[in-house]
Design a protein around this ligand. Sequence first.
Ligand SMILES: Nc1nc2c(ncn2[C@@H]2O[C@H](COP(=O)(O)OP(=O)(O)OP(=O)(O)O)[C@@H](O)[C@H]2O)c(=O)[nH]1
Ligand SMILES: [Mg+2]
Length: 695
Amino acid sequence: MSASANKVSSPVDLRNVVLVGSSGSGKTTLFDNLLAARIPGHRPAKDDTERAAALTLASVSSGDVVINLLDAPGHPDFVGELRAGLRAADAALFVVSAADGVDNATAALWRECKAVKMPCAIVVTKLDVERGDYTSAVEQCRQVLGEGIVPAYLPLTDGGGEIVGNMSLVTQNVHEYCGGQSSTRPASQEEAEQIAAYRGDFLEGVITESEDDSLMERYLEGEELAVDQVRRDLLVSMSRATLFPVIPVQVSNAVGTEELLRLVENGFPTPAEKAMPTITTVDGTDLVEIGCDPDGPLVAQVIRTTSDPYAGRQSMVRIYSGTLRTDDVVHVAGHREVFTGTEDAHHPGHEEDEKIGPLAFPVGLELKTKDVAISGDIVLVAKLSHAETSDTLSAKDSPALVEPWMQPEPLLPTALKPATRNDEDKLAGALARLVVEDTTVRLERTVEADQELLWTMGTAHTDLLLGRLNDRYGVKVTTEPVKVAMRETFIAPAKAHGRHVKQSGGHGQYAVCDIEIAPRERGAGFAFVDKVVGGAVPRQFIPSVEKGVRAQMERGTVYGFPMVDVQVTLHDGKAHSVDSSDMAFQSAGAQALKEAATEQNVALLEPVDEVEVRVADEYLGAVMTDLSNRRGQVLGTDTDGAGQSILRALVPVAELERYAVDLRGLARGSGSFRRSPHGYELVPPQLAQKLLDRA
Ligand SMILES: Nc1nc2c(ncn2[C@@H]2O[C@H](COP(=O)(O)OP(=O)(O)OP(=O)(O)O)[C@@H](O)[C@H]2O)c(=O)[nH]1
Ligand SMILES: [Mg+2]
């Protein structure tokens, strides 16, 4: 079958390639350049906020293969889309702008690729911009990104410094571009010298990383190596993600697109060569051995989901094994808890059978339908209603589970307030939909403050989601400051006399209790001590006093926040043989606590989180200063020995609301952090009012 109709009969004829690089490095421009080189009349898609935030798929036939190109957003808010793209693809084109250099954001993206051992070729863009220089871009890549980076092509410039082609270190030929067409010719004397200056490094890298000992011997003896042999070793070393060939491109005149497409065709791993993700039985107990075989049992995964009010739902699906056919009934399973160990309220475990709707693949802007997609392919499936992002589709008779990719933790909270009653009614349903689609969003309904918090990756992500709420679901919301769940506690011992006496007419109520209150250590909780002697408070009413005290602690005293960390000792009281009751002693206990509390002996507590910040070494000082301005208390620092510092600190939650945004600015994109609840700490008196206003 011909690849041009995207009817591929073997996984070896497929290449799945994701474009990775920092925002503005030129990925989308290159994506369109590569498509335009093979799709006559290709026009770029409208670049709106949805397009810029989404992993976008396009299929293109090139030579004997079909390339599924994925354009991933570079903005750190959308790293979830990038991770989905890294899961779907078998190799990456890592785009670096020569004009902007290798910054922290680029280094962070490189770590993303490294974390999943992604085979990468590095594409250098923006060589036409002032300061854009190939050699220094390569040098920077080596310094910042690490070992194994070697140019495979050099740019060819004309007399005016314009890039008009490239020189291949593989073939030692020159590719010259004219009007978007490239022609190949042997290198001139001068060009050959330039090639020779870089070729040694390139060949040594390729041969070393491919561990081709016999070739190394022949190379060291000065033998001229066959181009095919070099290509084969390049593929091996690139597939191992230990060697990263570099290639320059010039989008304005399409320089490099042909070589890049050929490199993908001949030098990039096929789906059959890529290691499988972890696949288990549906209950996660046994590993399932799966190969990339179109005749094997179906195992596929939903990479991303979009819903459109008109077109309905569309799922991007990567097939690992077997063949997916329109109208097939498949098993859908999602069980994150199997891999994380905890139930995820937003993505509850589920299993259903579902019929596969029409399959499609985008050729540029145009969607083309097909009936069959084989292992190794990426397709769009219309109208799946049960399968959510990261769920597994598998054969009904041998259901399986593919481990979801690592999700980043959303750390920026926004409190949402529906604009009208009508919006309030629609909000919950709309949010639930957004959350199952986008696995980097979390919802939290706070109990005390009764706020709806939307946790996202950053402000651009929040804006995107609020835009979707409005555009897709017609729900309007405003935002408000996030409230902090405060506590109160006794900071000095106190005594109180609680009296609940009502004896006018009928059945009376009589209870008197004397308590002593003592502060306890942070986190020690509540303790109730019974020191009643001589039956001053009858046995059966002692738990009543405790119950009353606890109820008042829940309601709070001076500030109205739940009280924690106190010891209450009941040492005396009075009862009446007829009028005393459980209720009366509960009231007396509650009242005693309330009466003991004054502004002098009760203080506010605020929640504190333990925070772990990872940041490039050079920003450690700035991060520490900033944390101390946030009233943070550094617990310790460490280094990973690879340029990253790790810092642990206790920081008040009130100071962390915007930390996701601020850290990124402070550490120029090099920072990330995690947080977990630590406990409560006393609020400095001078800050109490400010915090009360926010609670
Ligand atoms: N001069 C010049 N401009 C370029 C080149 N490549 C891209 N650009 C421009 O740089 C800008 C950003 O390019 P995009 O392709 O949108 O960048 P991106 O990597 O997709 O960015 P994100 O989608 O935000 O991650 C656009 O205005 C492009 O026209 C290049 O090689 N030379
Ligand atoms: Mg883009």
